[in-house]
Design a protein around this ligand. Sequence first.
Ligand code: NAP
Length: 450
Amino acid sequence: MGEPRRVAIVGAGPSGIFAAQSLLGHPGIAVDLYDRLPTPYGLLRYGVAPDHTSIKGVGEALARVFESPDVRFLGLVEFGKDVTRKELLGAYDAVIYAAGAAEDAEMAVPGENLPGSDSARSFVAWYSGHPDATPFRLTGVRSVVTVGVGNVAVDVSRILCKTASELTPTDMPDPVLNELRGHVARDVWIVGRRGPQHASFTTPELRELLTLPHVQPVVHDALDEIDLTTLERRPRANVEAMKIAAERSVPDASLRLHLLFWHRPIEVEGRHRVAGITLERTALDDEGHLIGTGEERTIQCELVLRAIGYRGRALDGVPFDEVRGIIPNTVGRVTDARGRVQRREYAVGWIKRGPTGVIGTNKSDAAETVAALVADLADQPPHVLEPVEKMLRRKGLRPTWYEDWMRIDAAEAALGGRYGRARTKIASWSDLLDIARGRGPARRPTSRDL
Ligand code: NAP
């Protein structure tokens, strides 16, 4: 057998790893997974809620991909900065973009950028111990409004509703845990611009939120007016879950969780920081378009989190659909603005189809792209490629390899073990790099690290 065909994957999150896994099913292909961070796993490490430990099973399956001698992890290599599209195409037979959706949708209302108004992504990044995250201060936050009714809104609200003892077993960094333990929010609002039947959260996630102990659900909408017989399975199950929650009385509740639909944000209030959010009541017109009714209400709050969806970010030199926020593609083959296929370039995951679906959705999505790639490779004679090591040396790059990640992994497990936790995330860049480079044991992160 000749030299293996080489495939670079840009982004070592779930979609990239699923693509690598799928490529492994085809002999004679060697895969390099690149990531800007020193650690693999992307949203699995920095997006999946830390209290959702059952998803760990996916992590274990993805970790097995790196056990193959045909797969390498190269962390600390940023596409567009450390390596260009041209360089990757010069060193690999094919490149798969698996860069996810790095931008946040905006509400585009006045006051959106006041201190105390932030994206759910930033909040998730903070509690997940992302090294780039800015710390949140929750002192004095008595009421939080989350805008958007998808699973991200459910995740951040649940974390805010959980008690210290419920959060302690998670892998959150200690300073995060301390901040969340000390917070005094008594009201958490989830606000949807359309009705309960239009919410995009999935029912198990919704049910989990609505049945948290010590949390009194308050459903502000009249659910009986919704004709359940006209609804599909998920929205019907969602509305039924809300109906049960509306009947639930939690006498020892320490916190109220409000579900408010048919309201859209029109202004985040406050002079120097958030003091409230003004919403306008909405309705659907005869053609089903969302319209404002002019009726306004203001909810006092000290923190606004917008969980209204993500968008892909353009990658240097790679075609990008600005409207949809994705790399244009046909079954994963990258196309330009005129729909012409860009040879040897592919896309998977959120940058291919937009930010929808659960982690597992990326498996079939990656299989589709890989099928196209493998068919194309079979039709192409091998290219004359620059050796990858030469390219890295030429660029002065020192990636973190999988073994380096294993050191971080072991250090986080050891850190957690000291306090009876399975893991404590290390959130500071300098600690991550020291450990990855074998420059000493993990020290206990301090709040200065975050
Ligand atoms: P999402 O499901 O698309 O929800 C976005 C929400 O924001 C929708 O309710 C949308 O309302 C609303 N919205 C959009 N623009 C708005 C605006 N300008 N003003 C007010 N509301 C606005 O997105 P997501 O929650 O970010 O989740 C992304 C993906 O990750 C989803 O597929 C989700 O299922 C997945 N995820 C899964 C889990 C899990 O399985 N546990 C956890 C987290 C995320 P409209 O419907 O009216 O547009």
